[in-house]
Design a protein around this ligand. Structure first.
Ligand code: FE
Length: 131
């Protein structure tokens, strides 16, 4: 039996299209807005079809001296070409990229997870300082 944590894959985002790439300022100020952009397929685009697409991205922040992460947001990508005519017949596709904002008084780690409907769970993380 697998341990759940072993199902969450990670890799170099320049070579692996599933990795959620986190873009954020590394140095931030207390009580000032921290803007985070997360994109799947930044270097190599991920397919976006009814059969194969990114379903969601979740973003967490763990302050350095705390045990548990806080969920910043959960973003669903709900349209992938399906219509009343069948799979891949519409012209509308949600793109797997989000921008979110938060504030913090502590430095910590941003974690992002993404889910591909056929290739499972992926993650990445980035340290930020807040002072
Ligand atoms: Fe995939």
């Amino acid at each position: 039996m697998s341990d759940f944590k072993d199902l969450i894959q990670s890799a170099d985002w320049k070579q692996e299209k599933h990795v959620p790439v986190i873009d954020v300022s590394e140095k931030n100020k207390k009580k000032e807005d921290i803007k985070v952009t997360i994109k799947v397929g930044k270097e190599i685009p991920h397919p976006n079809t009814t059969e194969h697409h990114i379903r969601w991205i979740a973003v967490y922040f763990q302050p350095h001296d705390e045990k548990f992460p806080y969920q910043i947001g959960l973003f669903e990508f709900s349209t992938h070409g399906e219509s009343i005519q069948g799979p891949n017949t519409s012209t509308v596709f949600t793109q797997p990229e989000v921008v979110c904002h938060f504030i913090s008084e502590k430095s910590g780690t941003i974690f992002a997870t993404s889910y591909c409907n056929i290739h499972g769970l992926w993650k990445s993380e980035k340290e930020i300082s807040v002072s």
